[in-house]
Design a protein around this ligand. Structure first.
Ligand code: 5GP
Ligand code: MN
Length: 331
């Protein structure tokens, strides 16, 4: 990756807006906070403005509460910014509510992302679908441009990469990931502490929701496809919310013999959110694209309107077709 193009652009005294996708994950938040820290190091004023708040499990990274939830009042900042960084996202639809103001601003747009689906929404597109996480790109950028990996930056980037690699278990965990992690650990990111903060402080409501979901786990195609669905009623009865669903899809992957796992949920905005994961070469980003979603080969998502049962029927059918076209089950 050639980062020189940014070197000439990033001049002290400028201001920038940093944003990411709705329902931000660890990679989105960690990358934003690390980039904002680097901007401050080089004398550029950063404003992190997202559609959604920082999820509870990542709040500890944003100690100073610098991440803002977009409102019309931010339009002035957006219009006056010199550049806009779009992190971990390459489509306006997934940026959500700030997108209208961001598009109206004359600020130069720089997209840094690792998704296979890319709508070309930036002037400078730094997209690499081979890397594990956007945090990996931010790390490389800091190294190339002389950024300092402070303990806070190290923690933010560690969480970004650890969460997008399933804590270094997924196929996107390359040797380079471990090289980066060695550096981040040396600079103050403590794996045990960070794992505890992200995954061992979960709410009881999440367990209740999970229990309901597991009781209704479904599968088809000789167990090669499995899915779970959360209705509004299940959320209401357990007190769980959308954030409590994070990570549940990874549990479905642990079932032997499954190749595609899916999680459906009725979101508060009336839409159906679908998470898709593949354990082999079945490309779930292509499956998601058929329904207007996208993502990576092994992790993708869809946001669709309509009835939950109908969404399940259509997406499961498409998953069956994908499995049938990709051959016999692996031994
Ligand atoms: P998750 O299931 O964790 O929400 O998302 C898995 C992956 O699919 C993420 O990389 C995410 O960016 C992508 N993804 C999730 N939902 C959507 C969607 O509605 N549209 C697109 N294009 N990508 C999505
Ligand atoms: Mn990511």
């Amino acid at each position: 990756m050639n980062w020189d193009i940014l070197k000439d652009l990033l001049k002290p005294g400028a201001s920038c807006v940093i944003t990411t996708h709705y329902s931000p994950d660890g990679d989105a938040i960690g990358s934003e906070l690390a980039l904002a820290a680097f901007m401050r190091q080089i004398g550029i004023r950063p404003h992190i403005i997202n559609q959604d708040p920082v999820p509870r499990i990542y709040e500890f990274l944003d100690k100073d509460k610098t991440v803002r939830v977009y409102s019309k009042e931010d339009d002035d900042i957006i219009m006056k910014a010199d550049f806009i960084f779009l992190l971990d996202v390459s489509s306006w639809a997934r940026v959500g509510s700030p997108s209208e103001a961001l598009r109206a601003s004359s600020a130069g747009r720089i997209c840094i992302d690792h998704h296979a689906t890319n709508d070309g929404i930036a002037d400078i597109d730094i997209a690499d679908a081979t890397v594990s996480a956007t945090g990996e790109l931010i790390y490389d950028m800091l190294c190339a441009l002389g950024g300092e990996i402070t303990p806070d930056v190290a923690r933010a980037l560690f969480v970004a990469i650890a969460t997008d690699t399933g804590w270094f278990r997924f196929s996107n965990t390359s040797p380079h990931v471990f090289q980066i992690i060695a550096c981040l650990t040396a600079r103050g990111a403590a794996p045990e502490e960070l794992y505890n903060l992200v995954y061992e402080q979960l709410r009881r409501e999440r367990m209740s929701l999970l229990g309901r979901g597991l009781a209704k786990l479904q599968s088809t195609a000789d167990g090669r496809i499995a899915w779970m669905a959360f209705t509004r009623q299940m959320f209401d009865e357990t007190g769980a919310d959308g954030e409590d669903v994070e990570g549940i899809i990874d549990l479905l992957r642990t079932i032997g013999g499954v190749e595609i796992v899916m999680l459906f949920r009725e979101a508060t905005d009336g839409m159906i959110r679908v998470s898709l994961r593949s354990k082999n070469d079945a490309d779930v980003s292509r499956l998601a694209e058929r329904f207007g979603g996208g993502g990576h080969i092994r992790a993708a998502g869809i946001r669709m309107s309509g009835d939950l049962d109908e969404a399940i029927r259509r997406v499961v059918e498409a998953a069956r077709e994908l499995i049938e076209s990709s051959g016999e089950p692996a031994e």
